[in-house]
Structure formats: C-alpha cells, structure tokens
Design a protein around this ligand. Structure first.
Ligand code: G3H
Ligand code: 13P
Ligand code: ZN
Length: 333
C-alpha cells in the first residue's frame, strides 16, 4: 500500500474548489509514454498550472501500470527541477470500470480515480460508485463518477448515440454516492470524429465542417441543481485543423475529423466545469510532427529526431490549452 501523499501528489478536492470559484478548469491530460509526460510537465511548470495526469486502461496495457505510476512520481521531481516550487499534480485513473481496478489504483498511489458506471442501469451505477467512494475516501483519494452516456467509444463500451445527463437525477446521484465530481454528457464524445458530417454544417468559405453546439442548457440545469459542485467534461479535444491538414498532406488519412470548438470549451471552463479531458489533440500533435519529419527527412532513423519535435509540438499544444482555453495558468505558483 502506497499513499499518494508520500509521492508528492495531490487529490482533486482543493484544485476543483479553487477552479469552480475562479471560473477556470483544470487540464486533464492522458499520458502513455515519456514524451507526453515530459511535454505535460514542461507546459505546466512553465505556466504554473495545476494538472491531472490521466491513465486509461489502454495506457496501463500499453505502458505497464507500474512504470506509469513511477513515471508520475518522477514527474513531481522533474517539475521541481524545472523550477516549479510547489507542483500540484494529481494522478488519476481514467474510466475505471470495476471496483477492483479502482481499489488497486488507490492502493498503488493514485490520488484520484474515476469509476465509470455510465453504461450501467441507474441503481447499479449508484451502488458501484458508492462502493468505490467508500473505499477511496478512507485514503483521501477523490472519486469522479459519470451520469449520462457519451457518443462514440468509451473504452470497451460502445454507445451509438449520446444520452445527455438528466438534470433531475444529479442531486440524488451525487448525494447517494458521495462522489467528489461528476462527468456529464452534453454532446462531447471521445476521439477525432466527434460528429458525423450529417450532424454538421459546412463553412461556405473554408468548406470545413462546423459541429452543432454543446447542450449548455443541460449544463445550466445541472449547475442549478448542484451549485458549486465540480463538473467534468470528457471528450473535449478540439481536433485542430492544422494538425489534421499536416497529417493529411504528409501521407495520413483523417477525412472529416472534427472536434469541439475552443470557444465552447472556454465558455464551459468559466462555469462549474472544472476538469476538461484532452487526449486526442495530443495524439494529433504527435502524429503531425512525426509524419512531417518522415516526409521531409526520409533518411532519418533516430527516434529522438522525430519524437523530439513531437514532444515540442505537444508542449506547445498543452500551453495553448492552459493559457488560451482553460485559464488555469498561474493557479499553482
Ligand atoms: O477515454 C478515452 C481516452 O482518450 C483514453 O483512450 O483508452 O485509447 O487510452 P485509450
Ligand atoms: P478526447 O478524445 O476528446 O481527447 O477525450 C479524452 C477523454 O475524455 C479521456 O477520458
Ligand atoms: Zn473520457
């Protein structure tokens, strides 16, 4: 048993309270490898932004959970080395699907876990979430839950259509489970294809797809029911067109990839939404940079020569999100 406090990590409680009060959101960035983690920590150290490092089940399988946990511990020291005196770094399990998985992360030094019972019937979601909360809270580990289903692929759960969170359920759910934050469904979804072309309109000038707006009315209803309660948005990548274009002009094929416009995320960040999950944009930044090197320097075979530029591009992306979209810069001096 390792407690996250001994690793220099923090849970989400204070981060979220300050973010809700201050009208900004904490970045929750997924990581699967060293370059991503270096880029996240560098961006956060340079902007003094609190951060949630997210580990998905896929990341655990890809990179090994032990290694990822030690990397997060190393990240705290790396942040200090970069001159960030008091790093506020949370290590979070993304989309935990069983009590056992959440428990193993709590026991292993995670400071926050998500139990995603959103695909379960309502009462089963409550029972599972409550069980995780009761365990995690003994160790001061915070718990994120989810109500409503996001469209697209949520790890192994395929939801063909999104089912917006029902505001009339949130008080009962939050009270009975004791969860610390709640992920809701208001039209975001995972991946680089968040909307089908037929759901979008086309900008007559650029020919690019313009997605439908998020359901801010649902968010407002939720906020009214649970004033000041921390709300989480998954599936919040913007799918920057410049990366999609670089990928498509350098041998890739991402037709009609579309994400959530940043002005909508800016608006969400100012509300009770205090955690915004971004993974796909980092994958796109990485891929665009690597593809560019491969096309421009076909003789290059040193991974540092293409993973290095990919890392720099991700750092730029993370700083942009922190400063221009979430407003979390300067909140962890
Ligand atoms: O929720 C989805 C995250 O982007 C994690 O994705 O399961 O492919 O690691 P993953
Ligand atoms: P994106 O696919 O939009 O980056 O969402 C990531 C996410 O929600 C991780 O839980
Ligand atoms: Zn997610």
């Amino acid at each position: 048993m390792v407690n996250y406090k001994d690793l220099g990590l923090v849970n989400t409680r204070e981060m979220f309270a300050k973010a809700v009060d201050g009208g900004y959101a904490i970045p929750a960035f997924n990581f699967n490898n060293m370059e991503q983690l270096q880029a996240i920590i560098k961006a956060c150290a340079e902007t003094k932004s609190p951060v949630i490092l997210q580990v998905s089940s896929g990341a655990r399988k890809y990179a090994n959970q032990t290694l990822l946990r030690y990397m997060a511990e190393g990240a705290v020291e790396y942040a200090k080395e970069l001159g960030w005196e008091h790093p506020q770094i949370c290590l979070h399990l993304d989309h935990g699907d069983t009590f056992e998985l959440c428990k193993s992360c709590v026991d292993f030094g995670f400071s926050s876990v998500m139990i995603d019972g959103s695909s379960l019937p309502y009462e089963e979601n409550i029972a599972l979430t409550k069980k995780v909360v009761e365990y995690a809270h003994q160790f001061d580990v915070t718990v994120e839950a989810e109500l409503g289903v996001l469209a697209g692929v949520e790890d192994d759960v395929v939801a063909e259509e999104s089912h917006y969170t029902k505001p009339e359920e949130v008080i009962d759910f939050a009270t009975r489970t004791g969860c610390d934050s709640l992920a809701i469904s208001i039209g975001t979804s995972h991946g680089a294809y968040k909307f089908k072309p037929e759901q979008c309109t086309r900008d007559p000038q650029t020919g690019k797809l313009v997605p439908p707006p998020l359901a801010f009315d649902v968010l407002e209803e939720v906020e009214k029911k649970l004033p000041g309660f921390p709300i989480v948005l998954h599936g919040s990548s913007s799918v920057p067109q410049e990366y999609v274009d670089i990928i498509n002009t350098h041998g890739g094929n991402l037709p009609d990839a579309v994400g959530i416009p940043e002005d909508q995320l800016r608006k969400a960040a100012k509300s009770a939404v205090c955690k915004i999950n971004i993974d796909s944009d980092s994958r796109l930044a990485f891929t665009a940079a690597v593809r560019k090197v491969f096309v421009e320097k076909p003789g290059e075979f040193d991974p540092r020569k293409y993973c290095g530029p990919a890392r720099d591009e991700m750092t730029k992306l993370y700083k942009h999100k922190i400063i221009e979209v979430l407003g979390s810069d300067g909140k962890a001096e």
